[in-house]
Design a protein around this ligand. Structure first.
Ligand code: 8YV
Length: 329
């Protein structure tokens, strides 16, 4: 029931953009955890016992222990984000709880941001900005601040789902040779860019720029480790806008410090929001705080889609983005 006293209850575990709460409030009783900082796990458990749906996001963990607390009403865990490694989907499926996410609406913003990181790292934007912001006089010299050329170079894309494909397609203006690594051929990239699917080793060895667009699953944990950095060219720029633990952060710091690679553009970290302090000392890394999808169209689209999925799930309809459709059978 969605009217009167028996309105279903939705718990939103952090402040999220509109129109999420606005849309949910038309149907349900909505409570938002408004405090700064992460919601304590005990409170999530307490809410799981009574509510009909929980809304979460990348950095709100919903492990098996929280799902174990679920009361008979909990029908959906709605993730604000496309990646859902924060949720124990197997545990949710066992309890017949639907998990939904927000694909597509953030593809362009995220792929664009990966380019921002790549261009910034390649052309030393962060370093230049830091220098200007000191307010101290600096010398105009043609001999400093050389970055990497991009046009005509080789781009290596790891993971060519929606975001990886969009990222690769944006290379057209730079006339790049495109290599990609994935478990299947990407016919769009093959046809449109003459791209080549290669094994990981070849991609690491031949690419001037490497951008990661894989989900975080056991097989992608430390996909980029010390050995991968050894294979890369000393002129390579690495970009990560996927999930932090895909890259071994200690190995990354070592590779940047010792010149194993040339630079990096990083939006995600192994232990967010904590960042390995070794990275702070390095000039050849551009770092942003997990904001690749942060554009108005993208974040409002995510809010709308998350609300639509929640409404559908609680009304017994099929949400348009379900992670575990087997629950519906
Ligand atoms: C967001 C993300 O930063 O979609 C994802 O998987 O990591 C990002 O879009 C996050 O969901 C915002 O809370």
């Amino acid at each position: 029931m969605t009217d009167g006293k028996n309105r279903k209850k939705v718990f939103v575990s952090l402040k999220l953009p509109e129109p999420l709460v606005e849309m949910l409030t038309r149907h349900f009783d909505v409570e938002v955890y408004e405090k700064d900082g992460l919601i304590p796990q005990e409170l999530l458990c307490e809410k799981a016992r009574t509510v009909d749906a929980i809304v979460a996001t990348a950095w709100i963990a919903i492990p098996r222990e929280v799902i174990a607390c679920a009361g008979p009403n909990l029908k959906a865990i709605v993730n604000f984000g496309v990646g859902y490694n924060n949720i124990d989907v197997a545990a949710a499926t066992e309890k017949k709880i639907l998990v939904t996410n927000t694909p597509d609406v953030l593809t362009d913003a995220t792929a664009t941001f990966a380019w921002c990181l790549m261009l910034s790292a390649a052309r030393r934007i962060g370093e230049g900005e830091r220098l200007v912001r000191t307010g101290k006089p600096w010398h105009l010299t043609p001999c400093d601040f050389w970055g990497c050329d991009i046009t005509g170079r080789t781009l290596g894309v790891v993971g060519t789902g929606r975001i990886g494909t969009s990222f690769a397609m944006k290379s057209r203006g730079f006339d790049m040779k495109v290599l990609y690594h994935d478990v299947v051929d990407n016919t769009t990239l093959d046809r449109e860019l003459g791209a080549r699917r290669v094994d990981m080793e070849t991609l690491l060895k031949e690419s001037d720029f490497i951008s990661l667009h894989v989900p975080y699953i056991p097989a992608t944990h430390h996909l980029i480790d010390a050995r991968a950095f050894e294979i890369m060219k000393p002129t390579t720029v690495l970009v990560n806008s996927s999930r932090g633990p895909v890259v071994d952060e200690v190995a990354l710091a070592h590779a940047l410090k010792t010149g194993q690679i040339w630079g990096a553009g990083i939006d995600v970290y192994e232990n967010e929001p904590v960042v390995n302090p070794a990275l702070f000392e390095l000039e050849n890394i551009v770092m942003t705080p997990h904001v690749a999808s942060a554009s108005p169209e993208s974040r409002q689209g995510m809010a709308r889609l998350a609300a639509e999925c929640c409404i559908a799930a609680l009304n017994g309809e099929r949400p348009s983005a379900v992670v575990n459709p087997e629950v519906l059978n």
